[in-house]
Design a protein around this ligand. Sequence first.
Ligand SMILES: *[C@@H]1O[C@H](CO)[C@@H](O)[C@H](O)[C@H]1NC(C)=O
Ligand SMILES: *[C@@H]1O[C@H](CO)[C@@H](O)[C@H](O)[C@H]1NC(C)=O
Length: 294
Amino acid sequence: MKFVSAIALLGLVAQVTVAGRCPVPPASSASSQSSAPAYSSTPAYSASAPTTDAVPTSAPTPAYTSAAESTAAATSSAVSVPPSSTGSDYTTAVPSSVPSGVFQVKAADLDRAVPARVGDGNCSARPTECASNARALSAINKALQKYNITRRSEAVAILSLMAQESADWMFNINHYPEPGRPGQGTRNMMFYNFVEEYAKSLHPEQANALLGAGGEPSDSTKNAVRELVLNDDDSFASGFWFLTHKASSFYNNPAKLIEGSEASFEDYIVNGIGTSMSDTRRQYWNVFNSIITA
Ligand SMILES: *[C@@H]1O[C@H](CO)[C@@H](O)[C@H](O)[C@H]1NC(C)=O
Ligand SMILES: *[C@@H]1O[C@H](CO)[C@@H](O)[C@H](O)[C@H]1NC(C)=O
């Protein structure tokens, strides 16, 4: 196993240990975590073109796919991304003006849920993309306010999804199959079509200037549009944007994403973002569900 995969594995094992729930997967299945498909039934890291991604025809267009590494060689071909915003003070990450009812994540909870990114985050393997929990927390809590997330179940679902897709905040853009799908990224690895929609909504002038008159953007244009939303505040908010704008029937709906319900999470994975459930997703959800407190 290559070293970056090992990091993700260590994080997972640590999470499972903390949570005291899911059994630690055997090495063989753990190693498949880094080579198994995340949002499709086609291996995400094979040489297959993105168009071969198999998704249920009845499901909406899949939004994401895992960025987890299958090879350390990619570190040498890391795509240049803009510097992320500076980490904020851990102790003041939760603004004092949070409207009542908006869910907020506690620093200690996030550290328990994502032990791989405690402190400075041990991010030296991929410094341009990797973020510590302190950085993540600040951006996540702002996003919870921005999108008015009031239910713990929604926060748990989206956070576990983003942590899994980004390999514990290791990745900000898609890398596999190498060199990665142009334009795909943010912490929940949305496909380019959603990245473009998100970037246009947040940074319309810059996005429109890059996109010009229309037509299919070049790969470099897709990457430039993606860069508009790779800053921490936008990138860590993308999962909540998707919930509230692209899968809004799951937002604030008492019949959806029911508190503590793994089946509800699976419903979101399958019918909200349009992909299939996996053991890894289930493990991440169980960790966040058992650790994140109201
Ligand atoms: C930090 O990351 C390196 C790989 O870059 C890994 O070998 C090491 O075990 C990690 N340390 C911790 C404390 O997670
Ligand atoms: C946020 O959501 C809650 C729960 O649905 C609702 O009561 C509240 O009015 C919303 N706040 C805003 C600013 O939309």
